[in-house]
Design a protein around this ligand. Structure first.
Ligand code: HAM
Length: 471
């Protein structure tokens, strides 16, 4: 069997690739009206960025990162393993040994990982290029591209998937959170996901001053119920108790139903910020559900967190987008402290939600015109004509496989072209080409020289359409 694509990845065939383009252009169109500008960051970054930014104990960083090792560094790892064999053998698990080898053998700069999300890289780029200026307006950036997470593949969950995301750095005001959420909901509406089939969940997870007391209360609660929790949740009690809300184990979920809620621990500032966000949303008629158990799986969030879910057509992976505020992230990765807010939406899950309402990628457009030759001797003329047509703005093609005239007509029919041009010895002798309108099979002759001149006049403007040839 021919080599297959890796598990958890998807080929985007032409219709799908065009659908993805439509997605991106719709997003750009809307987001740019809110002042967002595009940015492209590398597909891989120093592993340390994600460890510091997203958080070492998150599933994304601790279990799902694709770490990349170049050939040269592989050799360094092998040498390290040989030189430190006894030391490594003392470590309890093979994960610990692998970790020690990577950190012992490779400098920070050489420890690289494929990006699992776009926020950390974008914030890194903003810091590195000094895009935030004292007293300047917030920096608003948008991106689209593949992200990589080594998760167990299932419907709506891939190892390489595509996100469109935005990040706004430099503004703490709740109006930024609200306009971001409104902008995302507008995108879903414009792309065709009915608002009534979406569920917008909203929460505040507090800040550096109020969250520690909540974490402590939650930790105490988890430890008090340790007998009813899975091992992961018991471990989470110490490292990251908020994660226990995301556990899929039904027993754990039952315990979490009665767990302390962050809403009871918010400080006055966080409470006021949350209230301001909801007031802006209310004023704009945005429907949302307040969900005090929504914590999200990335450690950088502070205050506002939100997620958009859809049920129809989705399976268990029903979040089509999410985001929130991250006022501590810039400082965490070594930049000057600066508040931030952003979100990302998953293209593949949105495509599932669209399919559930009957919106599928459209057939990719075919050529408008086919140039058929009676004999091979007319081929150079056909070749020049096809180039001139394309230069003038008309999509055109010809035979490249030495087919008979009959097969060329068949090919033109399959391609669904509007017009076919026929060039044969009689036409060449008369200095014309035959233009056939495929809708009614009517034919007319076009003077070849005049046609070439006409196309040549439009070569730089390339603004012609097939209709112009019929006129
Ligand atoms: P996230 O919730 O991890 O947030 O991902 C955003 C969206 O990406 C999800 O809602 C989902 O639609 C899609 N997604 C995530 N993982 C997968 C997967 N394995 N397969 C298919 N789709 C997936 C973030 O990534 C944050 N960076 C969002 C953000 C930006 N927060 C602030 N700024």
């Amino acid at each position: 069997m021919a080599v297959q694509k890796p598990d958890g990845t998807q080929d985007m065939l032409p219709n799908e690739a065009l659908f993805w383009d439509h997605f991106k252009s719709t997003a750009w169109d809307i987001f740019s009206r809110y002042g967002y500008q595009p940015i492209e960051t590398p597909l891989f970054e120093q592993t340390d960025l994600f460890v510091r930014g997203i958080g070492e104990s998150t599933d994304v960083v601790s279990k799902e990162m694709f770490q990349t090792i170049s050939g040269n560094n592989m050799a360094k790892l092998a040498s390290y393993a040989i030189d430190h064999h006894d030391e490594l053998a003392q470590l309890p698990t093979s994960e610990d040994r692998a970790q020690q080898m990577v950190s012992g053998a490779l400098k920070n700069k050489s420890r690289l990982s494929m990006r699992p999300e776009g926020t950390a890289g974008t914030v890194r780029a903003i810091a590195q290029h000094g895009l935030i200026t004292q007293g300047g307006a917030p920096v608003k950036l948008m991106y689209a591209g593949p992200m990589f997470r080594a998760e167990r593949p299932q419907k709506g969950r891939q190892r390489q998937f595509n996100q469109v995301g935005v990040e706004c750095l430099g503004a703490e005001d709740a109006s930024i959170d609200a306009e971001g959420i409104i902008m995302l909901m507008r995108f879903y509406r414009e792309i065709g996901i009915p608002v009534q089939s979406t569920r917008l969940l909203l929460n505040s997870i507090g800040c550096a001053s109020c969250r520690p007391a909540y974490r402590k209360a939650l930790k105490d609660y988890l430890l008090a119920h340790a007998d009813f929790l899975c091992d992961d949740c018991v471990r989470r009690a110490d490292i990251n108790p908020l994660r226990a809300f995301d556990c899929k184990n039904p027993e754990c979920q039952k315990v979490m139903e009665h767990a302390p809620r962050i809403t009871d621990y918010l400080c006055d500032d966080c409470r006021a910020h949350y209230h301001a966000v909801t007031s802006y949303l209310d004023a704009q008629g945005i429907t949302y559900s307040e969900d005090p158990t929504l914590v999200r799986g990335l450690d950088y969030y502070t205050r506002t967190v939100f997620e958009i879910q859809v049920d129809n057509g989705m399976g268990s992976q029903n979040a089509i987008g999410g985001g929130g505020r991250y006022d501590g992230l810039m400082k965490e990765i070594g930049g000057t402290a600066c508040p931030g807010f952003g979100f990302a939406l998953g293209y593949e899950r949105c495509a599932l939600a669209l399919s559930a309402v009957g919106i599928e990628p459209k057939e990719s457009p075919k050529s408008d015109l086919y140039v058929a030759c009676v004999d091979a001797v007319e081929k150079p003329l056909a070749f020049n004509l096809v180039q001139a047509l394309r230069d003038a703005g008309i999509s055109a093609d010809m035979d490249h496989q030495d087919r008979s005239l009959k097969s060329q007509f068949k090919q033109a029919g399959k391609m669904g072209v509007r017009l076919t041009v026929v060039i044969g010895p009689d036409e060449v002798a008369a200095g014309v080409v035959k233009l056939r309108d495929m809708s009614d099979h009517s034919e007319r002759d076009l003077a070849l020289d005049a046609t070439m001149n006409y196309l040549g006049d439009h070569a730089d403007a390339h603004d012609l359409s097939v209709e112009d040839l019929l006129a």
